[in-house]
Design a protein around this ligand. Structure first.
Ligand code: GLU
Length: 500
């Protein structure tokens, strides 16, 4: 039988990193087994489900490159199916109506607590007579439907990740609710475990790969599969994603949704690659950079770790930088343009294309995240640059002032500047002013970029020259504040506003 797996997110929040990682493992397994990856939106909880979360989930999965083969199927459009299955359990007396009120259940729990017992439903309405039921209905009570759980039962399965797992029926909290309250002979909306089992059967799911927080549900679901006379799928429970303190990664840890990671400047390829490694060890553990398709060739659930997977920002950043450093300049530029625009930098994506590509190529080796480009590129978009302390100290030196003066004499504002021109100019200055090349270079950098460290200096100069910013900065750095500078600064006021 061919493999069929599914991702079944509830649209009660944005696509969470844990759900996305579950999606990745299912996707990799499906690709590895030449099976199908099915998407099902579990939206029966109408109060907490929101269409914007569904959109966020679908967008996030597509952005990561996790295309699904079937679906999305929406549970709220399949209610009849669950109600039929529930009715069949009622007909076979495997399920029954429970009329307990919230207050009664609360009282039951309090009494159990007082006796230091684990909270559970005591199955008190399991054997109501028709007359007792009618009396409750006459009182106007609604009934949930509970599925009978045999306390004596031992439930076992061979988990693909964890090996043999055993669960006692008596640890499942008593007969479980499978349908929400409804009046009379009606069957209300299904609860999670019921809808999941009916769907997994209907969709012929062969392997259920999901987070280990679902283990207790698996035990309950196996009982439902049996009651519905369906084939029980294989189960694999993946480890939780932990924060650096070793606790489950939660909203309190800040960034947890895929759209947040996108905002932070991670590419989908890097993020997907990192998530593959969150709890899975590839056969060749030294090969850490791979595409989803390559991951699919090597994936096996057996190599998913049992222990929790610590979320490691340094590793994610390292993977991200690997991707960005090898991204072709054209693609990098495409990705940076919206980021520069969002930062308020003025640019024309078409007429400035060549300059933008040169800028992208210049900063590429220093990028860890795409958003780093905002700070790194700032000095190329604005006419003015403030000198930091080190640059000021550099520019107070006599040799520096002389070097810059000399450059100003030699440079032609209207002629294009080539690498060879720039190098030639530097060489001539060292001869003319008798200063070391290092001094000229440091002065040039301080004057042009306002700092004494940064990307390739000659390339930076070429870019600034194309904008006409170099001569203005040279003059300003040696105290020649001129009208032209002010004019150019005022034309780039818009940029400055965005900057503030
Ligand atoms: N709707 C469940 C959740 O979002 C998925 C459960 C499952 O995979 O069976 O946690």
């Amino acid at each position: 039988m061919s493999v069929r797996v599914r991702l079944a997110p509830s649209p009660t929040g944005k696509l969470h990193i844990g759900t996305a990682r579950t999606a990745i493992f299912n996707w990799l397994f499906a690709r590895n087994q030449k099976g199908k990856f099915i998407l099902r939106i579990e939206d029966t909880d109408q109060e907490r489900s929101r269409p914007e979360y569904t959109d966020n989930i679908l967008e996030g999965l597509s952005w990561l490159g996790l295309e699904w083969d079937e679906g999305p199927f929406y549970q709220c459009q399949r209610l009849e199916l669950y109600q039929q299955a529930t009715q069949s359990l009622l007909d076979q007396e495997l399920a029954y109506r429970c009329y307990c009120t919230t207050a009664e259940l609360e009282e039951m729990r309090e009494a159990q607590k007082a006796r230091k017992e684990a909270p559970r439903y005591d199955n008190r309405h399991r054997n109501l007579t028709v007359k007792q039921q009618a009396a409750f209905e006459e009182e106007g009570r609604q009934a949930v439907i509970r599925f009978k759980i045999d306390d004596e039962r031992i439930i076992t399965w061979n988990d693909m990740v964890r090996g043999k797992v055993t669960w006692k029926g008596s640890d499942l909290g008593g007969d479980m609710v499978i349908s929400r309250a409804a009046g009379g002979a009606e069957v209300g909306k299904p609860l999670y475990n019921m809808a999941v089992v009916v769907d997994d059967l209907d969709m012929e799911i062969t392997h259920v790969i999901r987070g280990e927080d679902h283990i207790a549900n698996t035990a309950k679901q196996i009982l439902l599969y049996e009651a519905l006379e369906g084939k029980v799928p294989e189960f694999g429970h993946t480890p939780l994603i932990l924060n650096k303190e070793g606790r489950k990664l939660s909203k309190r840890d800040g960034v947890t949704s895929i759209s947040d990671f996108k905002e932070l400047g991670f590419t989908p390829e890097a993020l997907a690659n990192y998530m593959c490694l969150l709890g899975w060890t590839p056969p060749d553990a030294t090969e850490e950079i791979f595409t989803l398709a390559e991951g699919g060739q090597k994936f096996s659930v057996e190599r998913v770790n049992k222990a929790g997977a610590k979320f490691d920002w340094d590793k994610l950043d390292w993977i991200s930088s690997q991707y960005l450093h090898s991204l072709p300049v054209e693609q990098l530029t495409d990705q940076l343009i919206p980021i520069w625009q969002k930062a308020g930098y003025e640019l024309d994506p078409e007429s400035d294309r060549s300059w933008l590509e040169q800028l992208a190529a210049l900063i590429r080796p220093s990028l860890t995240r795409l958003t780093d480009a905002v700070e790194m590129s700032k000095l190329f978009f604005f006419a003015n640059v403030e000198l930091d302390e080190d640059a000021k100290i550099q520019m107070q030196k006599e040799d520096s002032v002389q070097s810059i003066n000399c450059i100003l004499e030699m440079i032609d504002a209207d002629a294009p500047l080539l690498v060879s021109d720039a190098q030639g100019t530097i060489k001539k200055i060292t001869q003319k002013v008798h200063v070391k090349k290092g001094v000229v270079m440091r002065s040039l950098r301080a004057s042009l970029t306002g700092t004494i460290q940064g990307p390739d200096l000659i390339q930076s100069w070429l870019l600034l020259h194309q904008k006409g910013f170099d001569i203005l900065r040279f003059k300003k750095s040696i105290g020649q504040e001129i009208e032209e500078t002010k004019k150019l600064e005022s034309t780039s006021n818009k940029n400055k506003d965005a900057d503030s």
